[in-house]
Design a protein around this ligand. Structure first.
Ligand SMILES: Nc1ncnc2c1ncn2[C@@H]1O[C@H](COP(=O)(O)OP(=O)(O)O)[C@@H](O)[C@H]1O
Ligand SMILES: [Mg+2]
Length: 259
């Protein structure tokens, strides 16, 4: 069963269409990257796939059932959200936050038992955060919080993982570790990935599909999309340029008159 199938999807809010006619499939082996300008609709797309925002038209299927109807599989997708600052007095510990990854699986509100705590501690250990397990989540660094959210997303042994700009706001070293973690989750655990990011280069050898979204347009393809300057100008604005150096592809925007 294919993890995610998006058909004729129209995304947006009550009075505002963000993009339409979106079609793509995420197969088990896929590593899909979503790029686009700020405000282009990347998070809206992700949240619609997750069933957090209802589609304006079209469907999202997760493991064969349509999200939005009674779909037991929706929770099979792990989600690491784009994160703002967490309030200093947010009262949960890292262990609490990781345990909350099991809430969709609990039939009623109940305290986590020994098994659940054991699983959470195992995930925390796998992500190198064992020493911090009883720290307040808000006291952790940005990179540690992101790892904590991955541990949380892994609690239900997801069939696919969605990351929304996971390395933004994280320092360079932590971001590099985090990129390795995402690639490992794909390569070693075999989890299909949908990743929203601004830089495709660290993932080039793993990438299987590219989605570019912005200014009402959404195209699904591969790296050829980054070589279509006409299209990129429509999405990012006139000043965008694509530069290829040693097989890496950089999108630059700004004033090039003197270059
Ligand atoms: N709840 C909302 N209601 C109405 N418009 C929204 C809402 N959330 C986001 N938007 C608008 O939708 C557009 C796309 O936003 P978003 O999906 O967050 O973009 P991105 O993640 O690519 O930066 C933006 O113009 C944003 O202001
Ligand atoms: Mg966003």
């Amino acid at each position: 069963m294919r993890p995610i199938v998006v058909s004729n999807l129209k995304i947006g809010y009550k009075n505002r269409v963000i993009a339409e006619n979106i079609n793509f499939v995420i197969e088990e082996k896929d590593f899909v990257i979503v790029i686009g300008p700020n405000g282009g609709g990347k998070t809206t797309l992700v949240k619609t796939i997750l069933g957090i925002i209802p589609p304006l038209a079209g469907t999202v299927e997760v493991l064969g059932c349509t999200v939005g109807h009674v779909c037991p599989h929706r929770k099979r997708i792990g989600y690491v959200p784009q994160m703002g600052r967490i309030k200093k007095d947010f009262p949960a510990t890292l262990l609490d936050v990781v345990l909350s990854g099991l809430y969709p699986y609990m039939h009623r509100i109940s305290f986590a038992g020994k098994d659940e705590r054991g699983l959470a501690l195992k995930m925390i250990k796998e992500l190198g955060l064992y020493e911090m397990r009883n720290e307040l989540f808000s006291r952790l660094s940005g990179g540690q919080q992101k790892r904590g959210l991955v541990a949380r997303a892994l609690m239900g042994h997801p069939d696919a993982l969605i990351f929304d700009e996971p390395t933004s706001g994280v320092d360079i070293a932590a971001a590099s570790d985090f990129r390795k973690l995402i690639i490992d989750l794909h390569k070693k655990k075999g989890i299909p990935i949908l990743l929203v990011t601004h830089d495709v280069n660290p993932y080039l050898e793993h990438l299987t599909k590219l989605i570019v979204i912005g200014r009402g347009m959404c195209r699904v393809g591969y790296l050829e999309l980054l070589k279509d300057e006409e299209f990129l100008k429509k999405i990012y604005g006139e000043s965008i340029k694509t530069i290829e150096i040693d097989g890496r592809i950089y999108l630059l925007s700004g004033d090039f008159h003197n270059v």
